[in-house]
Design a protein around this ligand. Sequence first.
Ligand code: FAD
Length: 317
Amino acid sequence: MDASIPSGMKQNVKLARYTTYKIGGPARYFVAAKSEQEIAEAVLWAGKEGVPYFILGGGSNILVSDKGFDGLVIKIKNLKFEIKNFIVEAEAGVDLPFLVAETISHGLKGIEWASGIPGTFGGAIRGNAGAFGGEIKDILVSCRFLDEKGNVRTFSNKECGFSYRNSIFKQHPDYVILSATLAFEEGDKETLKKFSKDTMSYRAARHPLEYGSCGSIFKAIDVNDIRISNFEHYPRFRTSIKADPFPVVPAACFIDEAGLKGYRIGGAMVSGKHPNFFVNYKRARAEDVLMLINVARHRLIDTFGVMTEEEVQYVGF
Ligand SMILES: Cc1cc2nc3c(=O)[nH]c(=O)nc-3n(C[C@H](O)[C@H](O)[C@H](O)COP(=O)(O)OP(=O)(O)OC[C@H]3O[C@@H](n4cnc5c(N)ncnc54)[C@H](O)[C@@H]3O)c2cc1C
């Protein structure tokens, strides 16, 4: 063990087990930071040693390279969580499914749409996670974070710059989300529980949850970016338009029409159940998934003239 490594920090830690894809090589350094102070210390250590760092939440929106990450992975594990009337204060490492279940059990309405989204609260804020017409931005009051100089700052909802699967934190990878405050409305506990259960059943029926994945690979496509001729040739595109969070056609429709359902490279496969999920069906390498993404991207450009943007975040490539 290198003498300059702080206690609690490990070396050569396989990242596959920290991701929902179950893919990825080792982190050169790895630390699980259980408090704001430990997060700040880890960031400071990386800066002092000139080592790049990566902030890891629940690993449910990332594809980690087979070579791993040649730097420090800081696994966010600060877990304080408090409900005061209709206000919730939660630290970034809190498990999102736990936050959803706890607020529902207190009859708080506002995040029930997130039932079944894996990962941490911090990861959900960074990507402005959303589903079934809801987004994190709808209930977030303010967010505390560590800036690039190591200062703890607070942004209001507006300052977080939320948009579709986007926030200021995505634009500033140096910012580390520490905690946030959410405001809820009063809801009926039983109605919320039923909604949550139905949402999970919907997901189980339509998503390939039996395989490792990172959820949707591509963002949905803005109808304004789709050629009129596509709507004429493929009537399904028009009937699939969803106003969530603005008029879009799900990327899955394009991938399906392009004939890619079930397409495989190595151990990675375009799901037959939900074609925007590229699953790890058999010991896939990151390289397999990456090639599959590139095939799909080019097929969508060639067939429909449609440009796609990944939701998945790449680590160590
Ligand atoms: C089966 C399945 C279904 C899904 N369904 C949905 C869905 O319906 N809607 C949706 O929006 N997403 C969905 N996702 C994607 C994913 O769960 C979300 O994007 C989730 O919010 C990511 O959180 P995470 O903690 O796992 O982030 P990670 O995957 O760990 O990280 C993602 C990015 O966020 C950064 N990050 C994480 N924590 C912090 C922090 N504290 N500060 C700064 N940066 C941070 C990381 O550095 C990384 O760049 C799904 C994924 C799966 C596997």
